[in-house]
Design a protein around this ligand. Structure first.
Ligand code: VTB
Length: 327
């Protein structure tokens, strides 16, 4: 590909999510989603603006939750350097953060220009995601039970040993009933299906598969992460009503099409970073001490498959001399 990012942008990228997490972490439990989101977006935007890249935000904020910017089509970076698509989810799990709950993370992904799926205004996607062991053994067109049996088979587990993760929403009642019928264990999460998808590829999480309808942007970001981590996700756009279906068809979107990982991000040359905001299975949350703070992150490079776990200590006294945010 012509504009491959030849440099390892992993460190640059993890600074983006660290900055967002450090800013957003202040809002834990304060019941103020908007301010938390604004803090994360502002910090993320500032650090992204300093990167030596020519980036365009493909997956941004705003559509569903009316969040403040990093809007689709926004140009970020210094303008020179690799031409990239950027997907951001400054806070995956804004509600848990505002309510002081677990598993709120900040995420960003980059890949060469033109490689990410552009979901337009269509906010929901039905998803199935697994880690490396079950890659190639899922099919969103088949029933949940069939998928569970196949995942159990390839992982040499019984159905009772499998743990599924799914957003707790009334729209998932039937899916959950089918899982219960199959006899698997279920983690019902209030929000945060990027973290949920990541857990399927995270050996210590104990999660085998993610099912359910969540955000489309979150689906593309999860695809970037899973591509880099060797897992798999499949998606299908989900229309909330006839009107959305009609609008989608007019715009050339096919709600019956299975979006494979290759459709969601067409290259292995992808970087993904995440930093914990509140404590979770994947990552620790931000801890503040008098003169600084600590963060816990992971950053993955698709070309090499290297997964880096990064704990960082940030010192306000030093940072103050660097302007305006330089984590
Ligand atoms: C999920 C979840 C996000 O949106 O994608 C969810 O991962 C789906 O939408 O954290 P609903 O909340 O409308 O069900 C979020 O909760 C963020 O909007």
């Amino acid at each position: 590909m012509e504009h491959e990012p030849t440099r390892n942008l992993a460190l640059d990228l993890v600074r983006v999510t660290e900055a967002a997490a450090l800013a957003a972490g202040r809002f834990m439990g304060r019941g103020d989603k908007e301010s938390a989101d604004k803090a994360a977006v502002d910090a993320m935007r500032l650090v992204l603006s300093k990167m030596e890249i020519n980036g365009v935000v493909v997956i941004g904020e705003g559509e569903k939750d009316k969040a403040p910017m990093l809007y689709n089509g926004e140009h970020v970076g210094q303008g020179q350097g690799p031409e990239l698509d950027i997907a951001v989810d400054p806070i995956d799990g804004t509600r848990p953060l505002a309510m002081g709950r677990t598993n709120s993370i900040s995420t960003v992904a980059i890949a060469p220009r033109g490689s990410m799926f552009f979901p337009g205004p269509f906010v929901y996607m039905n998803k199935i995601a697994v880690g490396p062991e079950a890659k190639g053994h899922i099919d969103i067109e088949r029933s949940i039970t069939d998928n569970l049996k196949e995942i159990a088979r390839v992982k040499s587990k019984s159905l009772e040993d499998l743990t599924c993760i799914i957003l707790e929403r009334p729209r998932h009642d039937e899916m959950v009933a089918e899982m219960r019928q199959a006899g698997v264990r279920i983690r019902l999460i209030p929000d945060g299906d990027v973290a949920g998808a990541l857990m399927t590829a995270w050996p210590d999480s104990g999660i085998d598969v993610l099912f359910g309808i969540g955000g489309t942007p979150e689906g593309v970001i999860a695809a970037c992460a899973l591509r880099a981590m060797g897992g798999e996700i499949q998606g299908k756009l989900f229309a909330r009503d006839e009107e959305e279906l009609r609008r989608g068809r007019e715009m050339g979107y096919d709600f019956d099409k299975v979006l494979t990982m290759g459709d969601l991000v067409s290259t292995e040359d992808v970087f993904f970073a995440a930093t914990g905001i509140t404590d979770g299975e994947l990552l620790h949350g931000v801890k503040y001490f008098g003169d600084g703070a600590s963060t816990d992150s992971l950053v993955v490079r698709g070309l090499t498959g290297t997964v880096r776990e990064m704990k960082a200590t940030h010192r306000w006294d030093k940072l103050k001399r660097l302007s305006p945010i330089d984590y």
